[in-house]
Ligand binder design. Sequence first.
Ligand SMILES: [Fe+2]
Length: 278
Amino acid sequence: MSLKYDILKPEIGARVYLDRAGIGNPQVAQQLLELLETHTVLVFPGIDLSDGEQLALTDALGGRINIATRIAGLEREKTAEVYQVTLNEGAAIEKEYVLGTFFWHMDGLTVDVPPPKATVLSARHLAPKGGQTEFASTKAAYAALAEDEKAEIAGLRVLHTVTASLRELMPPGALDAARRTLRHEHPLVWTRANGTQSLVIGSTADLINGKSQAESRALLARLLDWTVQPAFTYRHNWSHGDCVVWDNTSALHRVLPYAVDSGRMMHRTTIAGLESVA
Ligand SMILES: [Fe+2]
């Protein structure tokens, strides 16, 4: 069995025609993993998966994890394995974390465990305005840097903090102590066991080791601007029932702002990371 797919953009994104009956097929899973490695973002238009089918797809692509409990890093009840991303009143997720996703980021950089390999997101209720999700290839962005720019950033290490990721939303002092301690240092350039290289940047990136805050922020901002240029990005305009899987190790993502009362509801599952940033 060979999956049909269209390439959305040369550097990022493929639209895959997956029959839900194929979700448990190991050959299909293998092909999906290869497509994910090559195209970084896979779109399954209108597939309209149930939570059970989404979990089955997640399991087929790797080990399922519950990132919500880990990101928060706080004593809290275990949340459901299908995580509801929404600004709806009464939702389990903290509003500031959802508002934080309006800014380019990678998931899972502020804790001392391998970042998630991939995220699976299904559209359950669309916002009437806004709510598109954008992806930027940190792999294509790194590959396209000039050699002297690669040399300039080789060996640099960056402190990633929750405080930095929420800096547009609240002053650092407004964060509770537990979240202020969520921080982890990573190399700026991630070289995977298979040789793939990518930038590790985004809203959690706070300070470059050995550089002043001004120098750090300037370099990080420059690399972010470079990475999110149109050639390296794909914007997904959601339709009902769409499912998107993206490689969290090779892409930044963000959502375009939507209203608190829009009713937007996305169901998210997460595939465990296998490699620490190295
Ligand atoms: Fe995210």
